[in-house]
Ligand binder design. Structure first.
Ligand code: NAP
Ligand code: MG
Length: 501
């Protein structure tokens, strides 16, 4: 067996990792406050590291450093080719350190190493590379005028950006925010989720090595209600970008309203449908997509397609095949490269999801498989498939953020569409059909930011990602569109003095 596919290889790396343990401000690790956070490995339930958390004074320090370097222009007004070179170097350093970063991420969050290696070895560096390459290919505009005047429109970096990210894709969400913000020339202050600070702290160190000037990228581990709030209310932060729950998203809008009216980009939750029309062949590929759509990252995914809306004539066969596929999923040690489902991120999250499963049974959904006692250490849950889910059940309406798949039978396309639309969210949807006209009809009628036809996908770095309705604001992560969160336009009118005495 290739040693890179051996569980003991990753465990060996785990024991030799040097884990960051304090805030990163102005190009160096600094002393934190008295709050020492005990970082628990979700796979064992035991503390494996401690992190010295920030207090409000660190937010002030980081804002001062970020502002000073922004105003100096060494990054914000540097030649585009320079920022491009530095971010390409950072992409290379991430690739070179991907295995260590992936193990760190897996220990910190419980995510399977297979997923961490893909996210950190491929996706995260691609984000830095893609936005690096965009820097010297993006131009302003010249407006049509008469000869007596010239008017041009440029896009300028917005200034100091505060970014707050969740724990479900710690370094990937960081890259979604930080790569375009740095490419734009902004200074960034990032608060990772309290449960998962490690890889962001290591990224800050790699950014300095790559040549990102001191103060341009700062990472503040700490509590959301404390330093997250301090960032949201800070007069020295020019824009906020946030991924997480709707409740906290609304609070951040409030902080902005009560401070300096900074713009706020929001990527929030979802309750996304996976729709199987009656003409869709129930191939292995469709079933693999259905299972992945609900159970990827143990269902701790904002695009999780948990509501699976299936034509009644296909429901029995669909359930039978899904049940077999779920039975074959490997739940276990996240550092085993064959593991597909790891533990949930915390006891709190596990209990919350168990509460939804209990509620589903109480409301009359039929348990097809799962919910056994796994008798493991750590925060594991046996993946659950429910049949006979009804549109008004709590499990069909609220975001579960755990390994639960619910099937709802429908009689025709109209009923499928009506059910799919019946949610306050609007992040994502998947539709399986052989008929392109039906597919397009659904794609146009579904009120959400991303639709996958005949495949569960969020797309890649090139395409914008974000939600309709309560799933987010008008801001988008990914694609050229992400840059809009980090720039503002300036118009310059130059009147010709030719002929003026
Ligand atoms: P969360 O509670 O909203 O936390 C997200 C981040 O906000 C964390 O860093 C958290 O810090 C911080 N925070 C908490 N309270 C705060 C406050 N009062 N002021 C400022 N910041 C605060 O969400 P979560 O539990 O981490 O993640 C799950 C949720 O995120 C789900 O609803 C999911 O759908 C959503 N999500 C959405 C996307 C997307 O792209 N749309 C992606 C991933 C997740 P602490 O860690 O200290 O609490
Ligand atoms: Mg952790």
């Amino acid at each position: 067996m290739d040693r890179h596919f051996d569980t003991s290889y990753y465990h060996q790396i785990a024991t030799s990792l040097v884990l960051p343990d304090r805030p990163y401000i102005n190009g160096r690790f600094v002393e934190g406050c008295d709050v020492v956070y005990e970082n628990v490995n979700p796979a064992t339930g035991r503390t494996f590291s401690t992190i010295s958390f920030c207090s409000a004074r660190h937010v002030d320090q980081a804002v001062d450093a970020a502002r000073a370097v922004f105003d100096s222009g060494v990054w914000s007004r540097s030649r585009p080719e320079h920022r491009k070179d530095v971010l390409l170097t950072l992409a290379r350093l991430i690739r070179e350190n991907a295995t260590e970063l992936a193990v760190m991420e897996s220990l910190d969050s419980g995510k399977p190493i297979k997923d961490c290696l893909h996210e950190i070895g491929t996706e995260v560096p691609n984000f830095f590379q893609w936005y690096a390459e965009l820097i010297d290919k993006t131009f302003g505009k010249v407006a049509p005028t008469g000869d007596d005047v010239t008017a041009f429109v440029v896009q300028e970096a917005i200034g100091v950006v505060g970014a707050i990210v969740p724990w479900n894709f710690p370094l990937l969400m960081t890259a979604w925010k930080v790569a375009p913000a740095l490419a734009a020339g902004c200074s960034v202050i990032l608060k990772p989720a309290e449960l998962t600070s490690l890889t962001a702290l290591r990224l800050a160190e790699l950014a300095s090595l790559a040549g990102v000037p001191d103060g341009v990228f700062n990472v503040l581990p700490g509590y959301g209600h404390d330093i997250g709030q301090a960032m949201g209310r800070h007069q020295g932060i020019d824009a906020m970008t946030f991924t997480g729950s709707g409740v906290v998203g609304a609070q951040i809008l409030g902080y902005a309203a009560q401070s300096n009216l900074k713009p706020v980009g929001l990527e929030l939750g979802g309750k996304s449908p996976f729709i199987v029309l009656e003409d869709a062949p129930l191939t292995d590929d469709l079933i693999a997509n259905a299972v992945n759509a609900a159970f990827w990252n143990a269902g701790q995914n904002c695009t999780a397609n948990m509501r699976q809306i299936v034509h009644a004539s296909r429901k029995e066969e669909f359930l039978h095949k899904v049940e077999a596929k779920v039975a074959a999923l490997k739940t276990g040690d996240p550092l085993d490269p064959e593991t597909e489902i790891g533990p949930l991120v915390s006891w709190k999250q596990r209990d919350r999801v168990q509460g939804f499963i209990d509620k589903g049974m109480e409301e009359g959904a039929r348990l097809v498989t799962g919910n056994r006692n796994l008798d493991r250490q750590g925060f594991y849950l046996d993946p659950v498939v429910f049949d006979n889910v009804k549109a008004d059940m709590v499990i069909a309406r609220e975001e579960i953020f755990g390994p639960v798949l619910g099937v709802i039978g429908v009689q025709d396309d109209d009923e499928a569409l009506q059910l799919a639309r019946d949610t306050e969210y609007g992040l994502h949807a998947t539709v399986f059909t052989r008929d392109i006209d039906r597919a397009l009809h659904f794609a146009r009628q579904l009120p959400c930011g991303v639709v996958g036809i005949n495949g569960f996908t969020e797309g890649d770095v090139k395409t914008p990602f974000g939600g309709y309705r309560r799933s987010g604001s008008l801001s988008r992560d990914k694609g050229v569109e992400a840059m809009q969160q980090y720039v503002q336009t300036k118009t310059v009118w130059i009147r010709s003095l030719r002929g003026v005495d």
